[in-house]
Design a protein around this ligand. Sequence first.
Ligand code: SF4
Length: 248
Amino acid sequence: MTESRDKKILDGTEGLAVYLRYLDETAPDLFLAKDLRDERISVPGDPGPEGKGEKLLEDRELALGTVREAASACTLCSLSATRTHVVFGEGNPQAALMFVGEGPGADEDATGRPFVGRAGELLTKMIAAMGYARTDVYIANVVKCRPPGNRVPEDHERHSCLPYLKQQISLVSPRAIVLLGQTAAASLLGSGGGISRLRGKETRIAGLPGIRVMPTYHPAYLLRNPSAKADVWEDLKQVMAWLGKERP
Ligand code: SF4
């Protein structure tokens, strides 16, 4: 990419969205903001480099705000035509733990916030059972706009949207990520395996060897299949052990 093209596409938020996609296509394993990732701070028992915490938090909030702004104006896929709100994600920009779901549903589309419907209530309970508040963790989805009728996002929609999620992961730089459901697992692990086969086993995302990843069932699946809650709890207990978190 030439310098003049660099400048042109970085003009405006739409330009940033295109730029993120360009980076994803040309270097799919490259997660950005390495400078921030290398200086991860503020996780339990790991206060980070002395004197750098406040500045890094500011940097992360600023960077996440820029990516959020790009997503809020995004028209890279057809889901932009039917959305009410872009649901970017929310939570602690320095979270040790991140949850990634599939995409917004009706409640999320109406409010602009992730996981606020019935499945969201269950996720909040799962987070509490782990000893965290929602504000302690970071929550995002693979696609930021609601697929009509809550259908599974199509491949081109996931592909268009993934650069935003990769930026979120890179900037938050969590110690652990819980992938909620098949779409999140397939999108970030590139695995065609079903979630029932993937769940419960620690894995990694290409390009991010330092983040421990646990695929598990989506809360919406648990609402339909309550007996699977025991499996999810086993998965979450593994994540708690990674983070040195005692059961509350
Ligand atoms: S789903 Fe993602 S890529 Fe598609 S319009 Fe929304 S923000 Fe853009």
